[in-house]
Design a protein around this ligand. Structure first.
Ligand SMILES: [Zn+2]
Length: 210
């Protein structure tokens, strides 16, 4: 499930997206020069739906009428534009194969449909959220600090945990997880407070504490 880039309301309080900025990534996501705005490309049809997913419009709904993840994100944008709070989106960025890093919490504020000459794709516009810390994630109340785990510490944790989730030994989609919130004395400077978790276990932990 988490292999998908877009996960609408994976918890009752937020959605999750995965960012790919590697040169050969299948989708083009970008961060604006302001440093707080993110443009995130919607998802293609599946290979079961088309033999050439990059050749057809990105889908808002399935043939049955059921909304795709694109459609759910669009619906959330429309609700926001009618006055509702924006959908809160937790974004993870792939650092390298198997290593995911929390980029931050974003408000989903807009979308547009872009035609690249061949087909229509969705581009979702997200802005770094002010709501992140206090209301939504008691594990990481100070993202400004927790995000900055020094590379040396990451390497140390990676080697100590053997490149695996410490709970299930999963080797894909790993996340550097803080045992203690920064506000309670957890620090990014020491490997002692940090362990490797797969994305599933990281999200389960967040969900429990909320
Ligand atoms: Zn795990």
């Amino acid at each position: 499930m988490l292999q998908r880039g877009m996960n609408f309301r994976i918890t009752p309080k937020y959605s999750v997206i995965l960012l790919s900025q590697r040169p050969n990534a299948p989708y083009t996501d970008k961060i604006y020069p302001d440093g707080i705005t993110l443009e995130y490309e919607g998802h293609d049809v599946t290979k079961a739906q088309s033999s050439n997913p990059k050749g057809v419009d990105q889908p808002e709904a399935l043939p049955s009428g059921k909304l795709t993840e694109n459609g759910k994100f669009i619906e959330a944008v429309k609700k926001h534009q009618n006055g509702a709070e924006p959908e809160l989106v937790k974004a993870y960025e792939k650092i390298k194969d198997g290593i995911w890093s929390l980029k931050g919490y974003f408000d989903l504020i807009d979308y547009r449909i872009v035609n690249n000459g061949q087909r229509n794709v969705f581009r979702f516009i997200l802005r770094l959220s002010e709501r992140e810390a206090s209301n939504f994630d008691s594990i990481q109340p100070d993202l400004a600090h927790t995000r900055l785990i020094p590379t040396q510490v990451k390497k140390e944790v990676w080697e100590r945990d053997g490149g695996k989730c410490v709970l299930c030994e999963e080797t894909k989609n790993l996340h550097f997880d803080h045992d203690l919130p920064f506000s309670k004395g957890g620090t990014s400077l020491s490997a002692k407070n940090i362990k490797l978790l797969c994305m599933k276990h990281n999200l389960q932990k967040s969900a429990k504490i909320e």
